[in-house]
Design a protein around this ligand. Structure first.
Ligand SMILES: Cc1cc2nc3c(=O)[nH]c(=O)nc-3n(C[C@H](O)[C@H](O)[C@H](O)COP(=O)(O)OP(=O)(O)OC[C@H]3O[C@@H](n4cnc5c(N)ncnc54)[C@H](O)[C@@H]3O)c2cc1C
Length: 151
């Protein structure tokens, strides 16, 4: 077994093929990490969320990390770490294009909105849904892969 660095194109290929990432953010020296679904387009990971802790924290500190991995049969694996910057797409004319774009690429998966929309506690009934779209702009990316030399 050997561990190698992945090239940027190899990293981007893994991120592009995946849709589940672990999003890490921090506030006041405290880390917080949750699984999310995303869609990659260009240099941005697009995602959907309801208001909550991760959004509050990323609004306060937009510097985040996203980890994405894939395991093959046997002992082989690949793992990518993205250093990125949170950018919210508010429901305004300025961000309209980005919101629609995020929606259009996320909705390519059935029930894409469900994990981000459901909360364990009943949500207040309001006239407009508070859901939001955001992007993580990729600032830097690193990747490592374990290769089974016996194969
Ligand atoms: C496969 C998968 C895909 C998902 N996709 C999305 C997505 O695309 N968009 C999205 O917004 N959410 C997604 N989720 C749910 C996500 O992981 C969070 O649970 C959710 O976004 C709520 O986060 P929050 O910060 O708003 O939590 P809040 O509702 O504000 O609650 C914060 C509190 O709940 C705890 N908590 C929150 N989430 C989790 C968790 N997942 N596990 C354990 N404790 C938790 C925190 O530690 C904290 O104490 C997905 C989850 C899974 C498993």
């Amino acid at each position: 077994m050997m561990v190698k660095e992945m090239t940027r194109p190899e990293c981007i290929a893994l991120v592009s093929a995946g849709r589940l990432g672990r999003l890490a953010c921090s506030r006041n020296d405290r880390p917080y990490i949750v699984p999310i679904h995303y869609a990659l387009d260009g240099n941005c990971l697009y995602s959907f969320s309801m208001p909550g802790q991760k959004i509050d924290w990323m609004r306060e500190n937009p510097h985040v990390c996203v980890e994405i991995d894939a395991f093959s049969s046997g002992r082989e694996w690949r793992s990518v770490v993205i250093y990125g910057k949170y950018q919210e797409f508010p429901d305004t004319d300025q961000w309209h294009h980005q919101r629609v774009h995020a929606w259009s690429i996320l909705e390519q998966h059935k029930n894409w909105w469900e994990p981000g929309a459901l909360k364990p506690t009943p949500q207040a009934i309001v006239s407009a849904s508070p859901h939001l779209f955001y992007g993580i702009d990729i600032v830097d990316v690193t990747g490592r892969m374990a290769v089974d030399e016996d194969n």
